[in-house]
Design a protein around this ligand. Structure first.
Ligand code: PLP
Length: 379
């Protein structure tokens, strides 16, 4: 059976990148290593759509989030947290760990934070120095209007910090144009690499806060060190240089496809997935779905956990369960990175076959047919 990894991280890695990972380990301070990091940094700027520096951290995505919190803010400072799911909650936990004074704007799982809610919070809290948002809320499938958030935040002294870990590279995200001051992503979602690297872009406005922060409680994630080293295409500590070399290969693939084509391809996959799911009589969980994954509400009377394990055991397709209290209540089908339209059709087909097997569907076919019709229709 051919395994298909369709979870929202990790995601499949292209063959040419896997081959790069099989090569001998090199010395990380060599001139070749610096040239590779320089190329990766430039290509990351392209993916982020920024002219600002993008630093590479050897950590999972959360390390990038922690770096943003610990460097840009000090204990007691007021920040606004926009929370629409589990990943928004990670901002809450980080803010708590670093003693920030958090004002929380929260919506129930499945809903999206609306720009008017942020506008109100900024008016009520003119002393806020930071706003934390999530581009793609991977726990619910919601996508946020970061461009609208950026317009509001840029007019204030606050900086906009975005968790774009599962969104960057699969939905439109223009770091500079949208006024994102600190944008964080990880290697294992749309960037087609195994887990292990986090990338953080830093605007001048954010840099000023980092430079002025005298009480930063971090050593490993000290962004001042990463910024001064990246100017020489270097890193303060030993980086996961094998991953950096491999990231270069996946980034070359993205460059070749072109960022707008990449966004359009993900939009097509998402459109097909949504059409297929709805034609099976299922409901989308997110009110404002993003293009990186499709989150499906488990219908009443169906054992959500059993369906997922059948799809995996019988058809080799790994979809993700809900996390924490959402386990068994939703199914999450990722279509980000090195996955294509035919992986989406395969997953819909497997879902349809299993839902038929467990008696939820009377017949098979309408889901896959609707997805193909969505693809055949002119966008
Ligand atoms: C995957 C993900 C994370 C967590 O990243 P780790 O690499 O597990 O630390 C954070 N935010 C979002 C939106 C994600 O999808």
């Amino acid at each position: 059976m051919k395994p298909r990894l369709m979870t929202p991280g990790p995601t499949p890695v292209p063959e040419e990148t896997l081959l790069e990972l099989a090569k001998p380990v090199g010395y990380h301070r060599s001139s070749e290593a610096k040239a590779i990091l320089a190329e990766v940094s430039e290509d990351l700027k392209y993916v982020f759509q920024t002219k600002n520096p993008v630093v590479t951290l050897t950590s999972s995505g959360t390390g990038g989030m922690e770096a943003a919190v610990s460097n840009c803010f000090s204990a007691g400072e007021k920040v606004i947290l926009l929370i629409a799911g589990r990943w928004g909650d990670r901002w809450r936990n980080l803010a708590k760990a670093f003693g920030l004074n958090a004002v929380v704007v929260e919506v129930p799982y499945g809903k999206a934070i609306q720009p008017a809610q942020l506008e109100e919070a900024l008016k009520a809290h003119p002393d806020a120095v930071g706003v934390f948002a999530t581009l793609s809320e991977t726990s619910t499938g919601v996508g946020h209007d970061i461009a609208a958030f950026g317009k509001l935040v840029t007019a204030t002294p606050a900086i906009l910090v975005v968790d774009a870990i599962s969104g960057l590279g699969c939905m439109e995200c223009r770091t500079d144009e949208w006024n994102i001051d600190v944008n964080v992503t990880g290697s294992q979602k749309a960037l087609m690499l195994p887990p292990g690297l986090a990338y953080v872009s830093i605007s001048d406005k954010a840099k000023a806060r980092i430079d002025a922060n005298q009480s930063s409680k971090t050593f490993y994630f000290d962004l001042k060190k990463y910024l001064s080293k990246i100017a020489e295409s270097d890193t303060p500590f030993t980086p996961a240089n094998t991953l950096i070399k491999a990231q270069r290969v996946s980034l070359q693939r993205i460059r070749k496809e072109g960022i707008e084509n990449l966004w359009a391809r993900h939009a097509r996959m998402a459109r097909a997935a949504r059409a297929g799911v709805q034609a099976m009589g299922l409901h989308l969980f997110a009110e404002q779905p993003n293009n990186g994954l499709t989150v499906i509400t488990v219908p009443e009377g169906v054992d959500g956990n059993a369906v997922l394990s059948k799809i995996e055991k019988q058809y080799g397709i790994k979809l993700a369960n809900g996390q924490d209290n959402m386990k068994g209540k939703i199914w999450r089908m990722a279509h980000m990175g090195y996955l294509d339209l035919f992986d989406v059709l395969a997953a819909l087909s497997a879902l349809e076959l299993v839902l038929h097997e467990v008696g939820f569907l009377k017949e098979v076919g309408p889901g896959v047919a609707a997805a193909q019709q969505a693809l055949a229709a002119k966008a």
